[in-house]
Design a protein around this ligand. Sequence first.
Ligand SMILES: CC(C)(COP(=O)(O)OP(=O)(O)OC[C@H]1O[C@@H](n2cnc3c(N)ncnc32)[C@H](O)[C@@H]1OP(=O)(O)O)[C@@H](O)C(=O)NCCC(=O)NCCS
Length: 177
Amino acid sequence: MSAVQIREATIEDANAVFNLYRAVAKIPGGLARLEAEISHDYIAKILQHLALSGLMLLATNNSSGEQRVVGCIHAYTPALYCFSHVLSELTIAVHPEQQGTGVGRLLFSGFMQKVATGLLHIDRVELISRQSNRKAIEFYTSMGFVQEGEMRGRIKNIDGSLESDIPMAWTRSSLTK
Ligand SMILES: CC(C)(COP(=O)(O)OP(=O)(O)OC[C@H]1O[C@@H](n2cnc3c(N)ncnc32)[C@H](O)[C@@H]1OP(=O)(O)O)[C@@H](O)C(=O)NCCC(=O)NCCS
């Protein structure tokens, strides 16, 4: 994992994020969205939303002489007062060629560091992962996330089979335990 850098995303990163999500979604079993469900409009909306009330970090790799976006993590605060202390729908994606090389852990640690020390109004970060994505669930557990139940049959796989979606959350109060 040489020369990977972490930075905040800007609206100018829309194309790079689009290409990354498309590449990751090609492989079923990870992201909820299918490749065809990742549109420029979807990415633009995430970035606009984030500019108002969220956080997106990118991992870039300059090993080939140019800065290439190889990973992305983001979450947003829903626009209701009762959720103003929450970062929701956390999503992380690392380019298939870079998976398993430490990029995801670097991104996630950078994200949680920002939340823990910079976003002091955030008391809760939440995500959902399909049950069969065991590696991802173990990874989130190692980052301090706790399983909060099981949404049975919520995910329809590409072969038509159903599986559970697993809600997980990190809470600031866990830092003091
Ligand atoms: C899940 C994901 C973000 C992890 O990022 P990564 O860069 O591959 O992970 P890292 O190399 O930093 O390893 C971190 C942990 O993730 C797990 N992991 C490694 N490769 C993985 C893979 N291909 N898929 C899922 N998890 C993986 C390992 O448990 C690892 O733990 P370890 O450090 O104790 O060995 C990445 O594999 C990915 O984008 N997968 C496809 C999309 C996806 O599943 N997103 C999550 C939807 S909820």
